[in-house]
Write a protein that binds this ligand. Structure first.
Ligand code: NAI
Length: 329
């Protein structure tokens, strides 16, 4: 048997955590021959609930699961972990000022960034799901300066999947027939789901859809507001689909990307496509070896896309500047 990969999940007693940890234990991140250890982290008042999650994990008798730690202590939780999946956070609530949100999450993500830097394995990779995920990732990264910039990720795969389904549904094909939709920028309502670089059964999606008005005025807001639509319908925010997207992102970063394809994930910008350097922004990414990754260069950016990409990145720059000011980072 290979040596286990150690995965920490924060907010593990929450809804996304509950939909995610069983799939990690089953082998959905790294394959059916790769053992895993799970470090489940939540706040102290959630420890009883977390113990219940552990009992259920035990009761699955997963062959690949070698150890479970339940803790609210960050030193114990991040000890020697190879992946830190940060789900627990304080999303914006109605009436909440942006500065209050940044203060609360600043406290959470500076603390977690420092603990990861101090205790995690040398090869640790950090993937932030908890909202606002791009800026939370940026805050944690600022707090862990010795961890290289290419190890930090924020989730936009759920938006990519939402956009893929909308294109498939519109054109009467299956989701698997739609490839290479890119989500640019922030995981927020300014995100830009770009169908101009997507294909449907190998043909340009724009030609197959053949409805520019739908693409620019219906498709984009539907994807941008899908999270709110799920809340309105379900009375709770997306959990199983978010957990699925989180699993798909770690898998995508750990497995060579199929030829001719790419996927969306928030990464630290190096100025690609005119994005401001240093922000955590969603870009089209590939990995050839499942370890290192690179931004896919040379995609076509028309005038419409340019304006949308610039707007969402401006929001990210403003968010990180506010975080800098408020948190003194
Ligand atoms: P939830 O409220 O069900 O669970 C959150 C869990 O995090 C709770 O168990 C809570 O005790 C824990 N928690 C809070 N502060 C913590 C801390 N400092 N350390 C460790 N654990 C902490 O929420 P749910 O539905 O699981 O969502 C989690 C986050 O994921 C939210 O911020 C949500 O907005 C975000 N999200 C992100 C998506 C994306 O596409 N990036 C999609 C959907 C949700």
């Amino acid at each position: 048997m290979k040596k286990a990969i150690k995965v920490a999940v924060t907010g593990a007693a929450g809804n996304i955590g509950y939909s995610m940890v069983f799939r990690i234990a089953k082998g959905d991140l790294f394959g059916a021959d790769q053992p895993v250890e799970l470090n489940l982290i939540d706040i102290a008042p959630a420890m009883d609930k977390l113990e219940g999650v552990k009992m259920e994990l035990d009761d699955c008798a997963f062959p690949l699961l070698e150890k479970i730690v339940c803790t609210s202590d960050l030193a114990e939780g991040f000890k020697d972990v190879n992946w830190a999946i940060l789900v627990g956070s304080m999303p914006r609530k109605a009436g909440m000022e942006r500065s209050d949100l940044l203060k609360i999450n600043g406290g959470i993500f500076t603390g977690q960034g420092k603990a990861i830097e101090q205790y995690a394995a040398k090869d640790v990779r950090i993937f932030v799901v908890g909202n606002p995920c791009n800026t939370n990732c940026w805050i944690a990264k600022q707090s862990a300066p010795s961890i290289p910039a290419d190890r930090w990720f924020a989730m936009t795969m759920l938006d990519q999947h939402r956009a893929t389904y909308q294109l498939a549904n519109k054109t009467g094909v299956l989701s698997r027939d739609v490839k290479n939709v890119v989500i640019w920028g922030n995981h927020s309502s300014t995100q830009y789901p770009d169908a101009y670089n997507a294909t449907i059964n190998g043909k340009p999606a724009v030609e197959v859809v053949n409805d520019k008005d739908w693409l620019e005025n219906d498709f984009i807001p539907t994807v941008q507001k899908r999270g709110a639509a799920v809340i309105a319908a379900r009375g709770a925010s997306s959990a199983a689909s978010a957990a699925n997207a989180a699993i798909d992102t770690v898998y995508a970063l750990s497995t060579p990307t199929p030829k001719g394809e790419w996927f969306s994930v928030g990464v630290c910008s190096n100025g690609e496509y005119g994005t401001p350097k240093g922000i955590i922004t969603s870009l089209p990414v590939r990995t050839e070896d499942g370890k290192t990754w690179h931004v896919v260069e040379g995609l076509d950016i028309n005038e419409f896309s340019r304006a949308k990409i610039d707007a969402t990145n401006k929001e990210l720059l403003d968010e990180s500047n506010s975080a800098k000011e408020i948190l003194g980072l």
